[in-house]
Ligand binder design. Sequence first.
Ligand code: DQA
Length: 141
Amino acid sequence: MKILVINGPNLNMLGIREPAIYGSQTYNDLIEMIRLEADKMGVETEFVQSNHEGDLVDAIQSAYNRCDGIIINPAAYTHTSVAILDAVKSVGVPTVEVHISDPDTREEFRKLSYIRLGCIATVKGKGFAGYIEALHILAGK
Ligand code: DQA
């Protein structure tokens, strides 16, 4: 089983950006944590982080006929991007939406998630552990 883990804008700044919300661990810490758990599960992983919407669309399209699942935190594009939703719907690869914080309990504009419409599950507000939960959701499919 191969799972593509995609992180959107500003998630490369984990550990620096708003630590009260996102914690003090870095993007590399996150990748290491996911890789460790995936190895234990016998799941192959691939990681993409980009600050650019089109790169995220390209990454999703790259999963077509190649990956068995996608874990995606589109970050701010969650709340704006129909293109990312359409990409997920295009490839038909089971996708889980993850957020480190719980956007539904923050500002009003964070309550709308376009990508949710194309996902089999959403994990939010559980910190980095949310990505591990997403791995298990996809592996259980
Ligand atoms: C986020 C929540 C989004 O609202 C925000 O724009 C992010 C990160 C999260 O992981 O909690 O950049 O997706």
